[in-house]
Design a protein around this ligand. Structure first.
Ligand code: GP9
Ligand code: MN
Length: 674
């Protein structure tokens, strides 16, 4: 038994701060207080609109600190003090690293970010502008805490030398001391858990219901979990998806994916060798615009005698307009449209590929064009971290992502910069790029809830004034003006005749009351018409110096066909690419209201159309409840007319999901290379 000598005992009683019972919890309280200040500083520094820390957020933040530190109460007093100082240093470093990362990427650090070296490396050149003098407040406590840690270590060493070790688990105190410490630790754990659980559960059961499944931005998660809670959740999410999820691929699954993509690539290969359109526009620039919530039901329509989209309607005179073109997005909305159009793979049923599998390999339009000597840039005047774009665009092979930081916000509108100024500034940036180039632009002003300032409401929407439908028409009318500006700018820059220019809508407008649609279109809408309106977005393609093909085309198509179409026109083979779509602009095209090339457009729900039928599976998944309609008339037809197609639609979704989830593109390259 180690009995402290009397002199040591006396000295310890005299000097020990812990001898005063009331002060025993002071270190952990001080720890929570200091870190709370830092979390508030972080929140103020990132300053995301509508996300300021409120009472619930403060509760969550305090709870996460309790959860991070409860175990220190199991240690003897000096061990605990030391552990709290080390925790303070680690958590401060995490919070500050997040702040620096946020200032550059408008996002938080995640496990995949740490695994993808390029992301953090990009900070290097700008580090000076990312460090602010006032950040010193994150570290002032270290001036006291670090010397205190050294003193504590020395003191512990001295005590250990006198065989009074306090480092061992629970120290050498009496059993009652041990029980008290365990109890105190557990109490803090329970308090911490409750402080986190109650507000997070409240958010999850109200506005944030889909946030944890279909999450769209790490900052939205941060808004619920706080920065430390976010890292806990990120680790849990990553571990669940990558370590604990049984992702073993069976030989049979491999075979299914190989066969499916091989067949699809063979279709494209056959077309490449026989179709006169292949390579007709070799060497052109490609300028593709993804328009926010831009549907097709208002194209060529008037309200109170005024055209909703006068600029686009005029452009149709010299362009190819696909009026049976559909969006194929799921929960990932804008990001799914981007994936469909640039990667030609199906989105996932839950969440977005951009967030869940950004580190996997894909065959993309930018990457393929770069392999053929093109420059490739993407433009979107919003926070670069939204939809995990920074990471995904890196993977897709773009040279540069011009996000909000690259723009002067001289026309503030809605979420960010108005589309008119966005397009103007993008063309100015584009002019600097060596040709041929691929430029992908994503608009934003026509985003839900569509309320534009009075100054840009230039369409008289009559009876719809003051309704969301009226606001939507105003917003798409504004977006149409912006398209007009963009075309003029491209002409002035001398790019118009050297470029394949195309645009498509990303997804529907989320307005689910059918009455305004019916009164606007002047007819009642049955189920098949509603589906076609909901999914219908325009695809408009202007080909350089060639208006001969201009006209309206009724062939069905979808966003997954955009990349194969562009590659086909440029004469770049997609036969060795793991892509789902097929070219829409071929020698077979005819200007007709409706044509069928035995081509299927498959939607995430398993619905499909081939231009002959429209198949809508039932929500309860029972085959007997599904619907089969004639595409031309909307009349119900026998279920048998859709059966074979429904099986093929499921096969497409299954094969595409295998590729995304199991990262099969490298394996498929081996099979597709001939
Ligand atoms: C934001 C924009 C909107 O960057 O792309 O995304 P959404 O909410 O439409 O998916
Ligand atoms: Mn969108």
């Amino acid at each position: 038994m180690n009995i402290p000598s009397r002199s040591i005992k006396r000295r310890r009683q005299r000097t020990s701060f812990y001898a005063i019972p009331a002060l025993r919890a002071v270190d952990i309280l001080l720890f929570v207080a200091l870190l709370m200040v830092k979390l508030i500083l972080f929140d103020k520094a990132v300053h995301v609109p509508y996300m300021e820390m409120n009472r619930d957020d403060a509760m969550t933040a305090a709870g996460t600190l309790a959860l991070a530190s409860f175990w220190t109460l199991w240690l003897p007093p000096r061990g605990r003090l030391l552990a709290l100082i080390v925790l303070d240093v680690i958590l401060t470093a995490i919070i500050y690293a997040d702040l620096i990362y946020f200032r550059y990427f408008q996002d938080l650090i995640t496990v995949p970010v740490l695994l993808q070296a390029g992301q953090v490396g990009a900070l290097g050149e700008s580090i000076n502008s990312l460090l602010h003098a006032k950040d010193i407040w994150f570290f002032v406590d270290w001036l006291i805490l670090l010397p205190l840690a050294v003193l504590t270590i020395n003191r512990m060493r001295a005590l250990r030398r006198s065989r009074q070790s306090e480092l061992s688990f629970l120290g050498r105190g009496r059993l009652s001391t041990a029980a008290r410490r365990i109890g105190a630790g557990l109490v803090v754990f329970v308090i911490g858990f409750a402080l986190v659980y109650v507000p997070v559960h409240k958010a999850k059961s109200t506005w944030a219901a889909e946030l944890f499944t279909g999450n769209w931005w790490n900052m939205s998660l941060y808004n619920v979990t706080g920065v430390l809670g976010f890292h806990g959740y990120d680790l849990y999410r990553y571990a669940g998806e990558h370590w604990f999820n049984d992702m073993t691929l069976t030989a049979e699954q491999q075979d299914i994916a190989k066969k499916w993509f091989d067949n699809r690539a063979a279709e494209r290969r056959a077309l490449e060798s026989s179709d006169p359109m292949f390579g007709q526009f070799k060497g052109s620039n490609v300028i593709a615009i993804q328009l926010e919530a831009f549907q097709s039901f208002f194209i060529n329509r008037k309200i109170g005698g005024a055209e909703v989209t006068p600029n686009i309607n005029k452009l149709l005179g010299s362009s190819l307009y696909f009026n049976n073109f559909y969006h194929q997005t799921s929960q990932g909305r804008t990001a799914d449209a981007d994936l469909a159009a640039n990667v030609s793979l199906q989105p996932l049923p839950t969440g977005s590929v951009f967030i869940r599998y950004a580190q996997h390999t894909y065959d993309s339009m930018p990457q393929t064009l770069k392999e053929h000597g093109y420059a490739a840039n993407v433009f979107h005047a919003y926070e670069g971290g939204f939809w995990n774009r920074n990471m995904m665009y890196d993977e897709l092979g773009y040279d540069r992502f011009y996000s909000k930081n690259a723009y002067v916000i001289d026309e503030p509108l809605g979420w960010s910069l108005g589309d008119r100024s966005f397009f103007k500034q993008s063309v100015a940036l584009m002019k600097q790029v060596k040709q041929p180039f691929y430029s992908f632009l994503i608009s934003l002003s026509s985003h839900h809830p569509y309320t534009l300032p009075k100054s840009v409401q230039t369409l008289d929407v009559g009876a719809y004034k003051g309704t969301i439908f009226g606001d939507y028409l105003e917003a798409v009318h504004y977006a149409d003006t912006a398209i007009g500006v963009l075309v003029d700018e491209l002409k002035a820059a001398g790019l118009w005749d050297k470029s394949i220019f195309l645009f498509y809508g990303d997804h529907d407008n989320s307005i689910r009351e059918w009455e305004p649609f019916e009164s606007f279109l002047g007819q009642p809408l049955d189920e098949s018409e509603r589906f076609r309106i909901l999914k219908g977005v325009p695809l408009v393609v202007h080909l350089p110096g060639d208006d001969a093909l201009a006209g309206t085309y009724g062939q069905v198509g979808g966003q997954l066909d955009v990349t194969p179409t562009v590659l086909h026109l440029l004469g770049i083979s997609s036969a060795d690419k793991a892509m789902v779509g097929t070219p829409l602009i071929t020698g077979q095209l005819k200007k007709q209201e409706r044509q069928s090339f035995a081509k299927q457009v498959v939607f995430r729900s398993g619905a499909y159309t081939d231009g002959e039928v429209l198949y809508l599976p039932s929500e309860d998944g029972l085959p007997g409840h599904s619907k089969c309609y004639a595409f031309a008339t909307g009349a119900a037809v026998s279920a048998g007319s859709c059966e074979g197609g429904a099986v093929k639609a499921r096969e497409e979704l299954y094969a595409s999901d295998l590729v995304v989830e199991h990262d099969l593109v490298p394996m498929l390259h081996e099979t597709l290379k001939r």
